[in-house]
Design a protein around this ligand. Sequence first.
Ligand code: PLP
Length: 348
Amino acid sequence: MTNQILAENPAGEHGSAFTAHMISATWRDGEGWSPLETVALADIPMHPGTIGLHYGQVVFEGLKAHRQPDGSMAVFRPAENAQRFQRSSRRLAMPELPEEMFLAAVEEIVRADEHLLPDDPSLSLYLRPLMFASEANLMLRPAREYRFLMMAFVAGGFFGGAVEAVRVWVNRAHPRAFPGGTGDVKCAANYAGAFLAQREAEEAGCRQVVWLDATERRWVEELGGMNLFFVRDGRIITPRLTGTLLPGVTRKTLLALAESLGHPVSEDQLSLDQWRDECRAGSLTETFACGTAAVVTPVGGVVDGEDGWTVGDGTPGPVTMGLRHALLDLQQGRLADPHGWMHPVRGT
Ligand SMILES: *Cc1c(COP(=O)(O)O)cnc(C)c1O
């Protein structure tokens, strides 16, 4: 399996590499949250009428814990994920998990299973928090009972080895998100709706889908489950958060890191036409995608129906690779952390 496949699909073939435990809690109307429990990872019995299965009241998160040079574990910006998990829940009329419970669950699963993370700095523990409507009822209304779970698996070598630039495919038929919809939160339904376009991209020999805005089908928004960045005349530009983009923690981090590395950054809109024309003119020299699983992944070429273009010379560019290494160095504890982004896990 290549790094890239893992990067795009964190579970990938490692779906079977889940760790030993999961954290669990239940919310009931009138009672609130039960205390967190750490239990063996196991199947969960479900009534066939479970609301989450029928009406998609399901939200999730993705974050990583990294082994530090002293052997302890630290999690990258978990409070950001806790807050986004709350925003996603609010959007689907689900109860919010308090931030301190989210952080306690993160610490607990890392403490329980860190021994399953091999001593290889290119590996990390990917944490997957999930909440779904667990009440059995077929009425079209929000559930009165929810289950929170957090599981983990060992995620593979996203650095070291050669980083390959990926070819991406422009999707025009099936937008991921629309104004007023759920594109800015991490709910399960967003991904179910995206699989068809992902399959079409693969049939066109590409790795990932370029999402355009749903209204004009003109503005570049995201790439698969990742945010996009462009390097234009030495400046870094990333699409503005219009409400149909997922506000990535990696995106937010890279905006700050890029500035501290001396790159001017701006949040703006970029049209598909600009992307193509400026690549051909040589003024737009790099494109990369970013996300918790993908870290920073270079884009080398774009396929748009019968048309297509190369980004730069089609290989990973210097700004892309500089940011990738800076982010990995920070997460793996080789770089100072002035912002306090790394959350140490006590007892590891
Ligand atoms: C999760 C996700 C991202 C990346 O978010 P991170 O917090 O950086 O992992 C970007 N786009 C979509 C659609 C996502 O689901």
